[in-house]
Design a protein around this ligand. Structure first.
Ligand SMILES: Cc1cc2nc3c(=O)[nH]c(=O)nc-3n(C[C@H](O)[C@H](O)[C@H](O)COP(=O)(O)OP(=O)(O)OC[C@H]3O[C@@H](n4cnc5c(N)ncnc54)[C@H](O)[C@@H]3O)c2cc1C
Length: 420
């Protein structure tokens, strides 16, 4: 019975796969390039009292796989936003909340979301980018601007690049979202505590090859390059990174094509801690705006302390202009929204597209790619199984939920094969 499994990548996909396979009795080793687990989940602390997230922050209330593991690990959730009530807009230099939008603007938004819902109900993947679709459907200017900013804010992608079919899936996220109390990293840490010394940090995988029935993985360790052998491999690293590795196993042409070309969004996320929460005088939710950072929200709404942290994300092409001046431009964005803003007392920032181990924020799909890459693409090649958010079913791509579900699927695929 072939029971040795190597898992590559200790993000939520790899941690979930390793956890489930260990429970099922497999001999699991997990190799991670970074010095920490969690991957695109990274909580940062500002003193003892407050924290924010440089990566994933929100859990939709229909993300049941994540909620179920968190509950098993005795983690608690706290409420974040309710949609659409907690949305605010900064468009054409005007700040509005859902309550202060003009009836004309509300009607425009209703219209565009209804048209997107129709695409979703037909599971349509037209050969149009979001920008092309907005023009072709003569979407009214206010709705057009909001939807464009949502393309950046939710998918980290330019409206000129993302397929409208994929964008339409935004309608499937929950109408309420949550945060993991104490920070998202707690979930990764809970898996890691269970896995113990099966996890090897600072150990990037450089090559995956095959020698007859055995798979070989080349690792970079402090002792130099080492080759280890295994019966199964679960690869969870983003394809933006994987495409630069040497994969000497037999893949189909569509698999090679998808690994080489699946697009990834770009994002800079910046956290600004202020000595007091000057924004609380105004109604404040998740602001979607035409500013260098397209989305801004408070990360500390349920945390104690007089200080408060605003999270700002800039995505797509505008994020390339932010890179290098991220803190300065985040402060400028906050000042545009709140003229009474003062200088932040502490900051943290991360550019996920220049991070060598993610090379992007999360995947998105160009027009027609849903059809050509999703439906028929098998996420395995012999005993090599692919997992990670990018391999999840479409509605969970780009989410922690997708990573977790893909890890469960990879573990189930191996278990089913070995047991039958
Ligand atoms: C700015 C930002 C905000 C986000 N916000 C949310 C949110 O609010 N809610 C939500 O649900 N999701 C959010 N996400 C998405 C979420 O973070 C990801 O979908 C999820 O964490 C991906 O998990 P994963 O295991 O698939 O990949 P990763 O977390 O990227 O894990 C892959 C791991 O592989 C490692 N690795 C890479 N190369 C190698 C190598 N050669 N050898 C060994 N290891 C390697 C990486 O270091 C990494 O640890 C956000 C992401 C970003 C970037």
């Amino acid at each position: 019975m072939s029971k040795r499994v190597i898992v590559v990548g200790a993000g939520l996909a790899g941690l979930t796969a390793a956890y489930e396979l260990t429970l099922a009795g497999f001999d699991v080793q997990l190799f991670e390039a970074r010095e920490r687990v969690g991957g695109r989940v990274q909580t940062v602390f500002f003193g003892a009292e407050q924290h924010g997230e440089l990566g994933a922050e929100f859990v939709d209330d229909n993300h049941t796989a994540l909620i179920s593991y968190a509950t098993q690990f005795n983690l608690m959730f706290e409420p974040a936003f309710k949609f659409p009530n907690d949305l605010c807009y900064y468009i054409d230099g005007n700040f509005s909340t859902q309550k202060t939008l003009l009836s004309q603007q509300l009607a425009e938004l209703d219209d565009v979301y209804q048209q997107l819902d129709q695409l979703l109900s037909q599971l349509a993947d037209p050969a149009q980018t979001l920008a092309q679709w907005l023009t072709a459907h003569s979407i009214a200017p206010f709705a057009c601007k909001v939807v464009r900013q949502q393309s950046y804010g939710m998918y980290a992608a330019d409206p000129e690049a993302i397929g409208v079919g994929f964008f339409a899936y935004s309608g499937t996220s929950g109408d309420r979202n949550l945060r993991i109390q104490g920070g998202s990293t707690q979930l990764a840490t809970a898996f890691a505590d269970f896995l113990g010394d099966r996890i090897h940090l600072n150990t990037p995988v450089r090559r995956i090859g095959q020698q007859e029935q055995t798979l070989a993985v080349s690792l970079e360790t402090v002792q130099g390059q080492v080759e280890v052998f295994t019966d199964w491999i679960v690869i969870t690293i983003p394809w933006s990174v994987l495409r630069h590795l040497s994969i000497e196993v037999s893949l189909t042409e569509p698999q090679r094509e998808a690994i080489a070309h699946l697009p990834y969004g770009t994002s800079v996320k910046t956290l600004l801690q202020y000595s007091n929460r000057f924004w609380q005088q105004s109604s404040f939710g998740l602001v979607v705006g035409e500013t260098p950072y397209q989305t801004v929200w408070e990360s500390t709404a349920t945390q104690t302390g007089e200080a408060g942290i605003l999270a700002c994300t800039s995505s797509g092409t505008p994020s390339r202009n932010v890179a290098g001046h991220s803190v300065e431009l985040a402060q400028q964005t906050v000042s545009a929204l709140y003229p009474n803003a003062h200088k932040a007392i502490a900051t943290a920032t991360h550019d996920w597209s220049t991070d060598p181990w993610s090379q992007g924020s999360y995947c998105y799909f160009a027009p027609r790619d849903l059809k050509s890459w999703r439906c028929d693409l098998p996420y395995f090649a012999g005993r090599v199984i692919f997992a990670g958010e990018h391999t999840a079913s479409v509605e969970y791509c780009g989410y922690m939920e997708g990573a977790i579900r893909s890890g469960q699927r990879a573990a189930a695929q191996i278990s089913a094969f070995v047991i039958t």
